[in-house]
Design a binder for this molecule. Structure first.
Ligand code: CU
Length: 137
């Protein structure tokens, strides 16, 4: 009986430990502190985005705020194709940057430091990979 109770206790303890580890794994992803992570907005490039008529940047439209969450991180989850973030339109005062190429499984991060509208697309899949980000002051 004592043995069973001990096992139950050990089991509960392990579950608790697992929960703590899972939680810290979530808040510490990328090795950044949670406060830094909150300022980053993730845009996914879903699997099979390179297939004709595939998925768009997700979300394809979003609004962020200077000093709050105006750093965007694109994650290319498409294992088949590289994609790019190519500026079509950026606010006056923000450099019209060169296409940012993101290989399969890789990420790219860009801080949008000037308020306004940013329109971008993928060089190779312009028909369906198009995004708009509004940056509020
Ligand atoms: Cu693409």
């Amino acid at each position: 009986m004592v043995m069973v109770l001990l096992l139950l206790f050990a089991g509960a303890g392990l579950s608790y430990l697992y929960a703590v580890i899972t939680l810290s794994g979530t808040t510490q992803s990328d090795g950044l502190s949670s406060s830094v992570n909150k300022s980053i907005v993730v845009v996914l490039i879903p699997k099979n985005s390179g297939v004709f008529g595939g998925a768009n940047f997700t979300p394809s439209e979003l609004t962020v705020e200077i000093g709050v969450n105006n750093t965007i991180k694109w994650i290319n989850e498409d294992q088949l194709s590289a994609h790019s973030v190519t500026p079509l339109e950026v606010p006056a005062g923000f450099p019209k940057f060169n296409p940012i190429i993101i290989e399969p499984g890789q990420t790219a991060t860009l801080k949008l430091s000037v308020p306004g509208t940013y329109v971008y697309y993928c060089l190779w899949h312009p028909g369906w990979l198009r995004g708009t980000i509004t940056v509020r002051p």
